[in-house]
Ligand binder design. Structure first.
Ligand code: PLP
Length: 373
């Protein structure tokens, strides 16, 4: 896909930056076996296929996804590395996972029994990982009775069914205050579970770190690290900023001079305090622009910051171009990214919108074509 003067709005993806961010994680955390980049949710909205193709030459250990469909999309790209499915799969669908050679994350002996039966039915082998719940409370086996569930899980293995990995997930690795204490406690619980398992440590891949843990506490690297947001340009508390990966741009469609007192947007929440120039931009919540940016967002036009006026509509927003007298219809407006000397970072947009970089990225809709830079 290329950008023409008629292209309304698009997402630019810088794959060199994605690769550079991957290398930062790998070199900071130096995990023993490698990096397991998370490409779930269409690689955080960046585009699963382009992210996987960009990362393949760097030989990641494997890929992390949330669903069977996402795992299938990775396999369709010809990837033979492990693909770990981190969210629970509904009973009855194990055989699809087995057929695709995916590695499920399982939460107890019952899960292992179902998956092992599907593998044996298909005459296929199965590797699985077990999550240890050290406080996240979503999935996994609870850390403090690891001897029991560990023995029950080990009893289900054999005949091509292999317990390949064990991991936990930190809930506060990115919290500025208290994150360190919470993470220390989760590490203690995880270690207690590992110590209680009846399986030799050397037989299991052990992992814990998301982006924030891998960068803030490189000793959480263990065998694998599982970065997501940092690869895609979201910054992490206490670590140097990543290279920006995503820019969101759109055309100024129409410019009008308006008199004081004119209103814009649903609810007429903005009233021009004086004569102004308004520019209408082809971007809205139908593209993933949060409505919470209404009267709070900024964009760049010709390198100058311009404020968003009124509410965000589905397909359009209005900015005040009074400070950019030479602006013209067809100009490129930047919601996220650099334009000239100024830059609006992903994290700045997230903060203005009262949310996280993760949500800003993953809600960019398919209406915006992804263009490789
Ligand atoms: C999404 C996810 C990650 C990546 O987290 P980031 O904060 O994006 O680095 C790591 N591990 C698991 C289990 C995840 O679901």
């Amino acid at each position: 896909m290329s950008i023409t003067p008629g292209t309304r709005a698009w997402v630019e993806v810088d794959l060199d930056a994605l690769r550079a961010n991957f290398k930062v994680v790998r070199e900071t955390a130096t995990p023993a076996r490698g990096v397991l980049p998370m490409v779930k949710a269409d690689a955080y909205g960046v585009g699963l296929a382009c992210a996987v193709r960009a990362l393949e030459p760097l030989a990641p250990w494997g890929y992390g996804v949330a669903t069977l469909d996402e795992g299938e999309r990775v396999r369709e790209l010809g990837v033979e590395r492990p693909v770990v499915v981190f969210s629970p799969v509904a009973p009855g669908y194990e055989r699809d996972g087995v057929r695709l050679g995916l590695t499920p994350v399982l939460s107890g002996p019952e899960d292992v029994r179902r998956w092992a039966a599907a593998a044996r039915d298909a005459g296929a082998s199965l590797d699985f990982h077990v999550e240890v719940d050290t406080g996240m409370g979503r999935v996994g086996c609870v850390w403090n009775d690891a001897a029991d569930w560990g023995a029950a899980i080990a009893a289900e293995c054999g005949g091509g069914v292999r317990w390949a990995g064990v991991f936990t997930h930190f809930h506060s690795a990115d919290e500025p205050d208290g994150g360190a204490a919470a993470t220390t406690e989760q590490r203690r619980r995880f270690q207690a579970a590992l110590d209680a398992l009846p399986v030799p440590r050397s037989e299991l891949l052990v992992h814990a770190a998301n982006s924030a843990a891998a960068l803030r506490w490189p000793d959480t690297g263990m065998d694998l690290v599982r970065p997501g947001i940092f690869l895609y340009g979201g910054s992490v508390t206490g670590a140097p900023a990543p290279r920006p990966v995503v820019a969101v741009r759109a055309r100024v469609g129409l410019i009008r001079d308006v008199a004081a007192g004119r209103t814009t947007g649903y609810g007429a929440t903005h009233v021009a305090p004086a004569a102004s120039r308004w520019g209408t931009i082809g971007l809205g919540y139908g593209d993933g622009v949060p409505r919470s940016l209404g009267n709070r967002g900024v964009l760049l036009v010709r390198g100058t910051r311009v404020p968003l006026r009124g509410r965000v509509s589905m397909d359009m927003i209005v900015v005040d171009l009074s400070g950019v007298p030479d602006a013209a219809a067809g100009d490129v407006a930047t919601l996220i990214g650099r334009d000239g000397a100024d830059e609006i970072t992903l994290d700045e947009v997230a903060e203005r919108a009262g949310t996280l970089s993760y949500e800003i990225l993953t809600r960019l809709t398919q209406r915006l074509p992804r263009v490789e830079k």
